[in-house]
Design a protein around this ligand. Sequence first.
Ligand code: TPP
Length: 285
Amino acid sequence: MSVRLEDFHSEQEIAWCPGCGNFPILKAVKEALVALDLAPHRVVICSGIGQAPKLPHYLRVNTFNGLHGREVASATAVKMAAPDLTVLVHAGEGGAYGEGGNHLLHAIRRNIDITLVVHDNKTYALTKGQASPTTDFGTSTRIQPHGVASSPLNPLTLAISQNCSFVAQASSVMPDQLAELLQTAIAHQGFSLVNVLQPCVVWDKVHTYAYYQKRCTPLGPDYDPHDAQQAFLLASKPSDKIPVGIIYRADRAVFNAAETSGLDQPLREQAVDPSVVSGYFHRFR
Ligand SMILES: Cc1ncc(C[n+]2csc(CCOP(=O)(O)OP(=O)(O)O)c2C)c(N)n1
């Protein structure tokens, strides 16, 4: 039997603001999972703290909700223990590029088969609008009334420079294209980063739905995502047109935990011998 959208229905009341750019992302994830015929019990979504990380509560899949900025680390552990499961991470750009920036670098390097979906709303939304790693230079916030004094991080050029095996950009304002991109990212073997430009209707009055609708421009059929220099140029050049689509792809070996550790089976299948750890428990009595 094929998987249906209703299979992902969650009873949890949604606590996002009306009009939040997270809603189209939630819808797109469900559509992508259905299109890939992935049943809820085959999927794990890891997240941390923030508005974006609430997403896994709003659909019926396995979830692990951990510390802010540690969502890629949790997902890495899940994928290492159970490589047959499809593992996604949903994080804000604060969690993914700020508190969790270090984990991101190493997930890219390792090329573990997980999909990181970053809800990039250019603000720390849950904690009420402080600047995040992608907030524009000079932006005035309640905490930074004289303007943000640091330049924004460019997640796309960062990932391309580290030869990340799949780098894409999408937007909440183009939900169909977002669902399609998520589908491709999840199907990709290796680490995939999808930066989703998401309006925050409460804390950011500049990057609105209209702002992104006017600027987001899908890449044409002639664009070759395997060309690293072209991808870097595209992602770094300031332009009124914001590229959306698969920006960069690299064919790389995928991290395999069992092989790397010399195990013949995944960690989940390994027998547990309680006597190995009982000595440690004794010390804490
Ligand atoms: C290590 C750590 N640092 C800071 C916080 C406080 N904190 C919780 S959520 C959050 C901001 C979340 O912003 P983002 O990750 O961009 O997600 P959004 O709420 O915008 O979706 C902060 C600063 C925390 N819980 N843990």
